[in-house]
Design a protein around this ligand. Sequence first.
Ligand SMILES: Cc1cc2nc3c(=O)[nH]c(=O)nc-3n(C[C@H](O)[C@H](O)[C@H](O)COP(=O)(O)OP(=O)(O)OC[C@H]3O[C@@H](n4cnc5c(N)ncnc54)[C@H](O)[C@@H]3O)c2cc1C
Length: 507
Amino acid sequence: MGSRAAAATIADAARVPALVIGSGYGGSVAALRLAQAGIDVQLVEMGMAWDTPGSDGKIFANTTSPDQRSFWLRTRTKQPLSNFLGFPIDKDIPKYTGILDAEEFSGITVYQGRGLGGGSLVNGGMAVTPKRENFGAILPTVNADEMYNTYYPRANAGLGVGLVDPTWFDSAECYQYARVGRKQAQRSGFPFVFVPDVYDWNYMQQEQANTVPRSALAGEILYGNNYGKKSLQKTYLPQIKATGRVTISPLHRVSSVTPAAGGGYAVSLEQLNTSGAVIATKGVTADKVFFAAGSVGTSKLLVKLKATGALPNLNGEVGKGWGDNGNVMCGRANHIWDPTGSLQSSIPCGGIDNWNAGGAFAEVAPLPTGIETWASFYLSITKNPNRGQFTYNPATQGVDLNWQTAWKQPSIDMAKSIFDKINSKEGTIYRTDLFGVYKIWGDHLTYHPLGGAVLGKATDNYGRLAGYPGLYAIDGSLIPGNTSVNPFVTITALAERNIEKIIATDF
Ligand SMILES: Cc1cc2nc3c(=O)[nH]c(=O)nc-3n(C[C@H](O)[C@H](O)[C@H](O)COP(=O)(O)OP(=O)(O)OC[C@H]3O[C@@H](n4cnc5c(N)ncnc54)[C@H](O)[C@@H]3O)c2cc1C
């Protein structure tokens, strides 16, 4: 038996005090704090555990050579940068419960992590606390003093957030692209700010010195990171396991939650194999259920359960208030005397802050192709005011989102407040070969889905779902569409705040 005994998953017909749906930031915070309070927890995750190396000896696939591990149940890759030099770069892969889901809705593809650790497995690790002056617009009903004195610090500590050493940054070959980004931003009068990350910065320095196996410097990011990134697998999840009170069930997908006859909630689960087929179903009864399936996952479940009569008393706010955090991407073509480097760290460490003047905060992002491209690449987070809504579609028995590609236009206009100015100052132009043939703006996707069970609307001010005592939302679905910066620190901090209150008053 030994340590493998921990691999037992949730038992059919069990009666459990607390069940958490999803193991991203919200789910991990909920599971850890409940367990530390002495409550036995079932943590249910539809993706894989990501603890076993593949045939190449590595757990995660490289960004430049995607394979079956890279995508969630797709037969062809759907890379965010679909083209290079105008040529499409997607390729066929076996269908598998891979790590990155490119979930397609009308007008937008929403990228999400799948597996134990959720989005932390695939993201850039940029761990940004919003400026306090912007917080009132992000979560208007939440006490900012409490967040900035207690819960943001708790989240930053729990996540292992750190900052690049600015002196090392100035000379590191792998951040040439970021130094070009800084120089050009400053020449146009924009503040360039270093952005914290959950990457192990000592490891990064060793990667640059070539004394350890490379991950960020081998371009790893979208399909997982084999070494230096402190995903939830290195922070909250080991702590969760150490409590001895949490049963973790990977490849288990929650399909229904409905009030149980004798009190509590009947939860239906589908156990998947790595082809995505349902190999078993289980039913359990949980006294309390925490929806932490991510903004899209939680919204889809709640909207469907309300519409199909499983949870009819959820209120009319369920599914509303969804936003894309204003994500839009673009590239610029630099002059021949401004190379961005053939070795680029996949972990961004700086951004251009024009939020208050122009509504955009732009990450200076890598384009880790392994060759010199003279390209500067950016992911902008913008103050896009458009909000979508999830609705149940009886014909497909699925959930639709009414987003339209044209709704990104405000984001493009806001990003242009930065890049038109830089182009005019530098005498440069936009790249047109990264998202298709002659297409400047990557306006077809988001990495930052937010909302759908908004705090204080679909729930009370701590995430208790209206209409059902004992049901909670505790993930990105609570946040009304925008955080002004990258979202996961805010998701984590809000979860820390809410679970503390819930443990104190509801158990
Ligand atoms: C490529 C990429 C880069 C990003 N970069 C950054 C960054 O640098 N900084 C930043 O702050 N943010 C970044 N993000 C966004 C960030 O990762 C998300 O905001 C965050 O992960 C959301 O946390 P969450 O707890 O709401 O949900 P998630 O982390 O999405 O976790 C939800 C989990 O629930 C599981 N699940 C869903 N439905 C079910 C179900 N029915 N049953 C069981 N399990 C289910 C999912 O598989 C998933 O593991 C990035 C995202 C992507 C995709």
